[in-house]
Design a protein around this ligand. Structure first.
Ligand code: UD1
Length: 417
C-alpha cells in the first residue's frame, strides 16, 4: 500500500494551478446519461472518484474516451439501468445515476451507497423527492428498485433538509420530466450552479426563482454539448490553508475568488494577507495566527469539506478556538491523529475545542477519509522532521497531483510504494 513521506517545515512559495472540481464533475457525468448525443467535457480532474464514475457510466453502456484532456462521452447505445454495489460502494455519488436513469428509461436498479466513514449518509431525501415525481421504489437486498409507471411527472417539492446530492439528483431527473417542477430549500453549492449551467447549455430549461428555489421546465431531448468544469474550490481552500499554516507565499491560479469569499474572509480574520485578482488569489501567511470560532454550514457558509484543514491552522492560533460541525455527525476522525502530532483538541458531540499555540511534531499517521488525509499532510508540512502518512488511497480520491503541486512550491514530499 502506498504511503507519503513529508519532511517539514519549510515555507511554501510559488504558484499552484487549481484543477477542475471533483464535486461538479460527478453530477455532470451522471447527467450525461440523459442524452444520446455526444458530450465533451473539459477540465475533469484526474482523481480516483472521477475514474470510478466513468467506470460506472461504462458499466451502464456509455462509450467514453479521452482525447488529450477532453473526455468524450457517447451514450447513443447506452441502455443498461443497473448500477452495481461494487461500483457504488466506494463512492456515494454513484446514487446520482438514479435520477437520470429513471428520467430516461422509467426504471432503474441502483445499489445503496452504504456506510461511510464520516457518517451514515442516508439517501432518504433523494428517494422521497423522486417519489413526488411519480417514482415507486422498494429496497431489496441493498438495492433501490425504482420504477416510474407513467414516466416522471413534474411536481412541487420542498426538501425537508438541505442536501447537495438530493438537489442534484432531482435537478437532473426533473430536466426530462413531463411538465414543470419547482424544487425549494435546495442546496446552492457552486457545483450545483455548474450542473444547472451545463444542463441549460445542453438545451434544458432551468431557472433559479428564489435563493434556494429552482423552476425546471421538462424538455424532451438534450443536445450535444462541450462544457468546461468549474475549478475545485475545496482544493483551492486546502492550498490557501497550506500557505497560511507554513507562513508561505502562494499564488493560487485558475479560480474565481468570489466563489470562495467565505474561506477568504475566514483566512483574513485568522491573520493571512490576501489579495485577489480575476482568476487568482495571492496569500501570504502570517506568523501570528488568530484563534477563531467556526461553524460548518451549507454554501455560502464555511464548507464541511474544509473543516479538517482549517482545524490544523487553528491549532496554531494564539488562543483556544472552537469548531462546530453542523453537516456530518462523525467528521472529527482527524482529531486523534492530529493529537498524536501534539495538538490538543477535545471533541464533545459535534464540537471540537482546539487549544492554540501548538507546534506539530512529526509522526507516523493513518489517513481515514479524503479531507482528513489532507489535513495530516498540512500538519506534517509544518512539523520538523519526517512524517509518514499511511492509507493515502483516500487522498487519491479527490486531489489531483498533490505531491507534484506541493513539491513545485517547495514542499518535501515523496510517495513510497
Ligand atoms: C456532498 C459532497 C461532499 C460534501 C457534502 C456537504 C459531492 C460528491 N459530495 O455530499 O463532499 O461534504 O455535499 O457539503 O458533491 N442527508 C440525509 N438524507 C439524504 C441525503 C443527505 O439525511 O438523503 C444528510 C447527510 O447525512 C448529511 C447532510 O444531509 O448530514 C448533507 O449531506 P449532502 O449535502 O447530501 O451531502 P452529499 O451530497 O452526500
Amino acid at each position: 500500500m502506498q504511503k507519503l513521506e513529508v519532511f517539514g517545515a519549510n515555507k511554501l512559495k510559488g504558484q499552484i494551478n487549481i484543477s477542475g472540481s471533483k464535486n461538479a464533475s460527478l453530477p455532470i457525468l451522471a447527467a450525461t446519461l440523459l442524452t444520446d448525443k455526444k458530450v465533451f467535457l473539459n477540465n475533469l480532474p484526474k482523481v480516483k472518484d472521477i475514474e470510478t464514475m466513468i467506470n460506472l457510466l461504462q458499466s451502464l453502456g456509455s462509450k467514453t474516451k479521452f482525447e488529450k484532456k477532453k473526455l468524450i462521452i457517447d451514450n447513443s447505445n447506452q441502455e443498461k439501468k443497473f448500477a452495481s454495489y461494487s461500483l457504488v460502494k466506494t463512492m456515494r455519488a454513484g446514487i446520482l445515476v438514479l435520477g437520470p436513469l429513471l428520467a430516461k428509461f422509467g426504471s432503474a436498479k441502483v445499489s445503496l451507497p452504504g456506510g461511510c466513514a464520516i457518517g451514515t449518509r442516508p439517501v432518504d431525501l433523494h428517494l422521497k423527492a423522486l417519489s413526488k415525481l411519480g417514482v415507486k421504489y422498494k429496497i431489496i437486498q441493498g438495492y433501490v428498485h425504482a420504477t416510474a409507471p407513467k414516466g416522471l411527472i413534474g411536481s412541487k417539492i420542498r426538501f425537508s433538509k438541505i442536501s447537495v446530492g438530493a438537489t442534484e439528483n432531482l435537478i437532473i431527473a426533473a430536466s426530462l420530466a413531463k411538465g414543470n417542477t419547482i424544487l425549494s430549500n435546495c442546496a446552492i453549492e457552486p457545483e450545483i450552479k455548474d450542473l444547472v449551467n451545463f444542463l441549460n447549455k445542453a438545451g434544458c430549461n432551468l431557472k433559479w426563482v428564489a435563493k434556494r428555489s429552482i423552476k425546471i421546465i421538462g424538455v424532451k431531448k438534450i443536445n450535444e454539448i462541450t462544457y468546461p468544469i468549474m475549478f475545485d474550490r475545496i482544493e483551492a481552500g486546502t492550498y490557501l490553508v497550506a500557505a497560511a499554516a507554513t507562513e508561505g507565499n502562494l499564488k493560487i491560479k485558475n479560480v474565481v475568488p468570489s466563489i470562495i469569499q467565505t474561506e477568504i474572509d475566514t483566512l483574513k480574520k485568522i491573520g493571512a494577507k490576501i489579495d485577489t485578482k480575476k482568476d487568482q488569489i495571492h496569500i501570504i501567511g502570517n506568523k501570528k495566527i488568530k484563534s477563531m470560532n467556526i461553524k460548518t454550514a451549507p454554501y455560502p457558509g464555511f464548507p464541511t469539506d474544509l473543516q479538517a484543514q482549517i482545524m490544523v491552522l487553528l491549532c496554531k492560533g494564539n488562543k483556544r478556538s472552537l469548531i462546530q460541525e453542523d453537516i456530518f455527525e462523525n467528521r472529527f476522525m482527524h482529531v486523534a491523529e492530529l493529537n498524536r502530532m501534539g495538538a490538543q483538541i477535545s471533541t464533545h458531540g459535534n464540537k471540537a475545542i482546539i487549544e492554540g499555540n501548538v507546534n506539530f511534531a512529526s509522526a507516523e499517521l493513518m489517513a481515514t477519509d479524503l479531507r482528513a488525509s489532507v489535513s495530516l499532510i498540512l500538519a506534517a508540512l509544518t512539523a520538523k522532521g519526517k512524517s509518514v502518512i499511511n492509507r493515502i488511497y483516500h487522498l487519491d480520491r479527490g486531489y489531483e497531483n498533490i505531491e507534484k503541486k506541493l513539491k513545485k512550491v517547495g514542499a518535501k514530499i515523496k510517495r513510497i510504494n
